[in-house]
Design a protein around this ligand. Structure first.
Ligand SMILES: Nc1ncnc2c1ncn2[C@@H]1O[C@H](COP(=O)(O)OP(=O)(O)O)[C@@H](O)[C@H]1O
Ligand SMILES: [Mg+2]
Length: 263
């Protein structure tokens, strides 16, 4: 934690650990701070705990030791009820790796309306917001369709829309470009860039190193021991082949960095 009481950290983790029932330790005493407006990637080999950390940040599961503080409040299972939980999920949007896990209504319109209606926002206001948002996402023609009929890219747009409609301060995205074709990926990267420019905090989990410099400035790298192996600027990390190899994120062929860091 900072010595200075005035900090713009939105998230502070101190010794956060987590194990699923009957699993080994998946998060092993993590300490880190995340500031408002940051663009952060969480990297690491499969199974190292990226999605688990995102779920802690999103208020979906709770640390079993140590503390997780968000917006100045300690987040604990026992006090995370009712209004506190609803308000948190409005401020912190989580986009699942698998869009099918996120979409459960019978039409796209209902999907986009669900969150705001739960928050008690009047139907007319919700309708106006959906019109604006669906124009921005280019999904107006999908509003009457059932989500299960959509393509992978369309589903991802609606999953993102169902979070953006609440105008969250923080967006947490788990492997956001997985299963997207190149055109949808390019669209998503443009959207994320414009969201970052409006000051939103963006947190990604990914093992796709091509994506990392395009969406983030800072990276947290997990080891296979479920600890933080590095917390450093993306540009430095992608040059550190030895470190990336040590955590089994890349293999022997990783010598150079084909990315254009200035794009
Ligand atoms: N609900 C669960 N119950 C038991 N084990 C789980 C559950 N979810 C994930 N795990 C296990 O926890 C480990 C870390 O998972 P995860 O956080 O999803 O890793 P990553 O996103 O880095 O691939 C994996 O070994 C996974 O099998
Ligand atoms: Mg994962």
């Amino acid at each position: 934690m900072s010595d200075n009481n005035i900090t713009n950290n939105i998230f502070e983790l101190n010794g956060v650990s987590y194990a699923y029932p009957q699993s080994e330790t998946i998060l092993n005493g993590l300490s880190l701070e995340i500031k408002a407006g940051e663009r952060l990637s969480i990297l690491g080999a499969n199974g190292c705990g990226k999605s688990t950390l995102l779920k802690i940040l999103a208020g979906l599961i709770f640390t079993q030791s140590g503390t997780f503080t968000a917006f100045g409040n300690k987040i604990e299972h026992k006090s995370f009820l009712g209004k506190a939980s609803t308000e948190y999920h409005r401020k912190v949007g989580y986009i699942f790796q698998d869009s099918d896990a996120q979409l459960f209504c019978s039409t796209v319109y209902e999907e986009l309306a669900f969150g705001p209606l739960q928050l008690g926002i009047p139907k007319d206001t919700v309708k106006t917001r959906i019109e604006e948002l669906s124009a921005m996402l280019g999904v107006e023609r999908l509003l009457d369709k059932p989500p299960f009929r959509l393509s992978g890219g369309e589903k991802k747009k609606i999953a993102i829309g169902s979070v953006l409609i609440l105008n969250p301060d923080v967006l947490i995205l788990d492997e956001p470009t997985n299963s997207l074709d190149p055109r949808s990926q390019a669209w998503l990267l443009r959207l994320l860039k414009s969201l970052s420019e409006t000051g939103k905090t963006l947190i990604f989990a990914t093992h796709n190193l091509d994506l990392v410099p395009q969406v983030s400035d800072r990276a947290i790298l997990f080891s296979e021991e479920h600890e933080i192996a590095a917390d450093m600027p993306v540009k430095e990390l992608l040059h550190d082949a030895a470190l990336l190899k040590r955590v089994n994120l890349v293999d022997e062929r990783y010598h150079t960095h084909p990315w254009d860091f200035d794009q």
